[in-house]
Write a protein that binds this ligand. Structure first.
Ligand SMILES: [Zn+2]
Length: 385
């Protein structure tokens, strides 16, 4: 009888995590949107003591024309669930979770017994805006660059991330490596819908991992042991991979007798590549990869760089604000005046979390008011080089 009890307990523990992993096991990056730049190392030597850089991102929810099928401004889109989440709170939670994942850098599994440093990743994401689009024509993945043309905000200086429906397929995403940076993620709401309805979990951990991977592409990183569109590198194809010496190629590991091209949730296997730019869902980045990311942070768009995506790149000198809308959450300028001269009042919208980032000054004038349930943060930072 005791044996039977043990068996039942064991089955419960074996089956539940497996079910969770499978429903969350949505990590497939189906490719690169737009042009794929030729792979070059940046020549930039990463200094782990650099101050943290903040990359501006917008989150867009693609809804059906009738307003159903995704998070909305006020609900999670699942009326029966009675959930505390809406499009804004879910986006904020997701960005926080992605930043938690960026805050650690696991040691590389490969090559065996390596001494590759796992430096801190000195970059994070900051939520610049949350947007809602009601158009059934663009509800299902994939839509690619059309989404950017129709709904992109501050192209070239903010990464636009679109959440559309997986239409019954697995989740995953794709991203651009050049031009205006964007990400398209499929199935975020589908996973939330399934998880929250059954066990009140929201499934943001794996999704945050997908976002850090896709934004890795935006910032100039290619897949380590895979082609850009996903398949494992073919044996003997030296052109496949990311061109970094400290991320061993699939061929190099095959020569040692094992295959490093593993799938989701296999980062615990010592012979699997646990790099952020493979598919295990783990988050390791090497000094070479960090050099590429931070090298691109020093270059502007004309050199295919990402400098303008950082909060420390101030493209506006003085921002005079009279009123704030509900979608833009981050305001970034050398000097911010709110409310500006001549404005009656300056209200932080009900329920919103607004951030002002400036290098020279933030002037909060008569009439400034943070309304009930809202939050307001200011940050003075130096311009980046
Ligand atoms: Zn990818």
């Amino acid at each position: 009888m005791q044996k039977m009890n043990k068996l039942i307990v064991l089955l419960v523990f074996l089956f539940i995590p497996q079910a969770l992993v499978k429903s969350q096991g949505t990590f497939e990056c189906s490719g690169i949107i737009g042009t794929h730049p030729s792979l070059l190392k940046s020549g930039y030597v990463y200094d782990p003591n650099i101050s943290i850089r903040y990359v501006k991102i917008n989150i867009h929810y693609m809804l059906k024309t009738d307003g159903t099928g995704n998070f909305t401004e006020t609900t999670d889109g699942v009326v029966s669930a009675n959930s505390p989440y809406n499009g804004y709170t879910y986006a904020a939670l997701l960005v926080n979770t992605a930043n938690q994942r960026l805050a650690s850098n696991p040691k590389m599994n490969l090559p065996p017994n390596n001494a590759t440093p796992n430096y801190p990743k000195q970059y994070r994401f900051i939520l610049a805006g949350v947007y809602f689009h009601r158009n059934s024509n663009y509800y299902y993945y994939p839509n690619g660059g059309y989404l950017l043309d129709l709904y992109g905000v501050n192209l070239g200086s903010e990464i636009n991330i679109f959440f559309d429906n997986a239409n019954g397929q697995n989740g995953g995403g794709q991203a651009s490596m050049s031009g205006s940076r964007m990400v398209e993620i499929r199935g975020a709401w589908d996973t939330y819908n399934q998880w929250y309805a059954t066990n009140k979990l929201i499934g943001t951990w794996a999704l945050a991992g997908t976002i850090t991977h896709e934004i890795g592409h935006n910032l100039g990183l290619d897949h380590t042991v895979r082609y850009s569109n996903g398949p494992c590198c073919a044996t003997g194809d030296a052109s496949c991979g990311d061109n970094c010496d400290d991320t061993p190629s699939r061929d190099q590991m095959l020569a040692l007798g094992f295959d490093a091209c593993c799938g989701f949730n296999q980062e615990g296997i010592a012979t699997c590549d646990n790099n952020l730019m493979n598919y295990t869902g783990d988050q390791a980045l090497t000094p070479c990869q960090l050099g590429i990311v931070f090298g691109n942070f020093t270059k502007d768009e004309s050199s295919n760089g990402t400098k303008l995506y950082l909060t420390c790149s101030f493209t506006t000198n003085v921002l005079d604000l009279c009123s704030l809308g509900s979608n833009q959450l981050l305001y970034n300028a050398k000097t911010i005046n709110f409310p500006a001269s001549g404005c009656m009042n300056g209200l932080i919208p009900v329920g919103q979390s607004i951030v002002f980032t400036a290098s020279d000054g933030i002037n909060l004038n008569n009439g400034f008011e943070v309304q009930l349930g809202s939050s307001f943060e200011t940050s003075i930072i130096s311009s980046c080089q």
